[in-house]
Design a protein around this ligand. Structure first.
Ligand code: TRP
Length: 455
């Protein structure tokens, strides 16, 4: 029966599927504002190093857990640890985290829907650049539209999950990702040519080491895990579909590098526009929603048709990228409810809609009417994001690396990494990778985890 489990078609299919999960709002929306809030180029340097030295080994560890156990993320630990109670319990975190992320992810999805609708009515192209970037402030702080758009976005997501038209969405995302890639390049080219944009390029290229604080490390690591969909069972699950012949170093490396590249391109598309528009780089979650409309409005003055089309396609591509990611987040909770409690799929989807919709409304309102509600100095939205990205993801990722580095026998890990010794390059690299998984990654994650509480 286990052999009937589906497998990915080949190397490219694996990389595309994993990159599809990885590339989402994390790259386009979250990365640029993290850079802006945490010191510009210094953050980027830490982010790149953390991705290659720590996230990539964690990614490999998760793929190995999945491929070895050949099952879903909750049962993977149980199976490989021979039903050890601690590891059986750990699997539950992989259900909780994606559900919590879905709550606030869909708020941003809702913003994209609103911006898409606005682009279709040619609003940004008609506004002056200043108005276009100021639009965000009045929109996000209003009461009804952000809430309604969040529920619309979540509603579509849940409907798709209920209908199970997953394969359609997968095919769709294969088109939308390349489209998004091209559009980012178009916007990047235009954005760096704006007057005053040079400051933004410099901001990304010249690290000011004085800006480097323990916070920078903590947030860079959190961002890197978030962006690669680590620490929540997604990659474990995908790993279980990877065939035994695949070289996991190539596929994981390919995914990590394309995710990195995408984030950096988004940074170069957005930061120059931020500076050209005179927006504060540390403006927070609204950053791209303030800077990108500015670009469209500027473009619109000279090239109204082109900029309208680019704006519409751009927000559509963001919606699709966000949708393909959030579908897999919601699916985790749904499949759990269906399998564990025998609930019907439709009912499970409704439960998820109520949970994520409810908490999401609080997150959406925390930019407006609930902006004054602060818990530990953070708004509700920031708190959700912080707890997930800087605490829970790190805990779950730590558990995965401890599992591979310390619980699984070294021989099993070696066997997984080298496909039974048949890959000479991996064979040679194994001691380095094993050292990173066993020592470097866990120690780094533990240190960062504690700095989070001592900020
Ligand atoms: N990595 C996705 C992004 O960058 C978001 C995400 C986090 C995700 N964890 C996930 C997507 C798990 C799918 C599954 O936007």
């Amino acid at each position: 029966m286990a052999d009937k489990r589906e497998k990915f078609g080949g190397r490219l299919a694996v990389i595309l599927a994993m990159a599809g999960s990885a590339i989402g709002l994390g790259n386009i929306w979250r990365f640029p504002y993290m850079v802006g809030e945490h010191g510009g180029a210094a953050f980027v340097v830490v982010y790149v190093v953390a991705t290659l030295l720590i996230s990539l080994p964690v990614f490999l560890a998760e793929v190995m857990i999945g491929r070895r156990s050949h099952t879903n993320s909750r049962d993977a630990f149980a199976r490989l640890s021979r039903q050890h109670p601690f590891w059986k319990g750990a699997g539950y975190l992989t259900i909780l985290i994606p559900t919590l992320i879905a709550c606030y992810y869909s708020v941003i999805g809702g913003w994209s829907v609103e911006y898409f609708v606005k682009s279709c009515s040619l609003a940004f192209v008609r506004m002056s650049p200043g108005e276009a970037s100021a639009f965000f402030g009045s929109f996000a702080s209003s009461t009804w539209t952000p809430v309604i758009m969040h529920l619309v976005f979540l509603g579509i997501t849940v409907a798709v999950v209920a209908g199970g038209v997953k394969s359609g969405i997968e095919k769709f995302s294969k088109i939308s990702l390349p489209v998004l890639f091209v559009l980012i390049l178009v916007i990047l080219t235009y954005s760096v040519s704006l007057p005053g944009a040079g400051e933004g390029v410099r901001y990304l290229l010249h690290p000011d080491w004085g800006e480097l604080t323990p916070r920078t490390f903590a947030f860079a690591m959190g961002q890197s895990f978030y962006s690669l969909s680590l620490g929540m069972g997604a990659i474990i699950t995908y790993g279980s579909y990877v065939s035994k012949e695949e070289n996991i170093l190539t596929t994981s490396g390919g995914t990590a590098v394309s995710d990195l590249l995408f984030a950096i391109l988004a940074g170069f598309a957005i930061m120059p526009a931020v500076f050209a528009a005179g927006i504060e780089p540390g403006a927070g979650p609204g950053l791209i929603f303030q800077s990108i409309p500015y670009v469209f409005a500027k473009m619109g003055a000279g090239l109204p048709v082109v900029s309208s089309v680019v704006a519409i396609l751009f927000f559509l591509a963001i919606i699709v990228a966000a949708m393909t990611s959030i579908i897999s987040l919601v699916e985790v909770g749904v499949s759990f409810l269906v399998e564990r409690s025998g609930m019907s799929r439709l009912r499970a989807c409704l439960v998820l809609f109520v949970i994520c919709g409810g908490f999401g409304v609080l997150c959406a309102l925390s930019f407006g009417p609930l902006a004054g509600v602060k818990i530990a100095g953070m708004t509700i939205f920031d708190l959700f994001d912080w707890v997930c990205s800087n605490i829970l993801l790190l805990v779950m990722a730590l558990l995965s690396i401890i599992f591979v580095g310390w619980i699984l026998p070294r021989r099993v890990v070696r066997d997984e990494f080298t496909n039974g010794g048949s890959l000479p390059v991996n064979e040679r690299l194994f001691p380095v990778v094993y050292f990173l998984i066993k020592w470097v990654a866990p120690i780094a994650v533990i240190i960062i985890f504690f700095t989070n509480f001592m900020l």
